[in-house]
Design a protein around this ligand. Structure first.
Ligand code: SAH
Length: 248
């Protein structure tokens, strides 16, 4: 069984003493049933991943002593996911898959047909952190507050391509579109269950940075579309292209 892997935002270096908060101590001692002398992996985007040993510990608090560095931090590609929040379970799925599929920023977008108006950023952050620990990335995806589509489009930077997943067709297959316009500063936009309105479609397509793409002849649920589009981008433009990294 591999050692538990915990995100730690305090700086990690040999012999550093790390005090875990109540939640992490509870998780480590009560859920993962680890005890004094057991090993844990601590990581963050600045310091990489380090081995640590559990010292004094109970479910209210645990002290870890940092030992050797295990891995140097690696970043994820400069890829944002913009998605219209859908039903809770599916939104949770989208956030978790975005973390695993190496998204750097997760941006909930409020469109005319978005059903969820309240987006619990703290809850999505906790989900993304857990997924980052499991998927062995070093940084946490940044979760933005929900913003209206029009405001996002008004301020859209010219140097970031907006890959617009348009279920209404008249768009190149995503693989072809990406080949014609290789990108390394990208964003993928996924709409709500109800899709985009004609006005929204026109507004998005009027953006010079917009790249409308098709995800095939079938209508995918928003969570399926997000996972599919992210996978395609990583495979063609992102960090899947380098093949599997050697794992120790
Ligand atoms: N209710 C709409 C579908 C919305 S699906 C309708 O029936 O037309 C939710 C989102 O997933 C869409 O807004 C789009 O961003 C994406 N999506 C789903 N299927 C797609 C496809 N075949 N091609 C491109 N994007 C798709």
């Amino acid at each position: 069984m591999t050692d538990p892997r915990l995100y730690c935002d305090s700086s990690l270096s040999a012999a550093a003493e790390i005090r875990l908060g109540r939640d992490e101590s509870h998780y480590l001692i009560s859920v993962m049933r680890r005890k004094t002398g057991d090993k844990v992996r601590l990581f963050n985007a600045q310091d990489g991943e380090w081995e640590a040993e559990i010292g004094a510990a109970d479910r209210k608090g645990a002290v870890l002593t940092v030992g050797a560095r295990l891995r140097v931090a690696q970043g994820v590609p400069d890829l944002d996911l913009l998605f219209a929040p859908v039903k809770k379970a599916r939104t949770d799925f989208i956030v978790e898959k975005a973390a695993e599929l190496g998204v750097r920023r997760i941006r909930p977008v409020l469109t005319q047909r978005t059903i969820a108006d309240k987006v619990r950023i703290d809850r999505l952050g906790a989900l993304a952190k857990e997924a980052a620990e499991q998927t062995e990335r070093f940084d946490l995806p940044e979760i933005f507050e929900a913003e209206k589509l029009a405001a996002i489009l008004d301020g859209w930077p010219a140097d970031r391509v907006l890959i617009y997943c348009d279920e209404a067709g008249e768009a190149l297959p995503m693989a072809t579109a990406l080949r014609d316009r290789p990108t390394n500063k990208a964003a993928i936009l996924i709409g709500p269950e109800g899709g985009f309105t004609p006005e929204e479609r026109a507004r998005i397509r009027s953006l010079p940075s917009a790249l409308p793409v098709s995800l095939g002849p079938r209508i995918l649920r928003a969570d399926t579309a997000a996972a599919a589009a992210l996978s395609l981008w990583q495979s063609q433009c992102g960090d899947w292209a380098g093949g599997a990294q050697p794992r120790e």
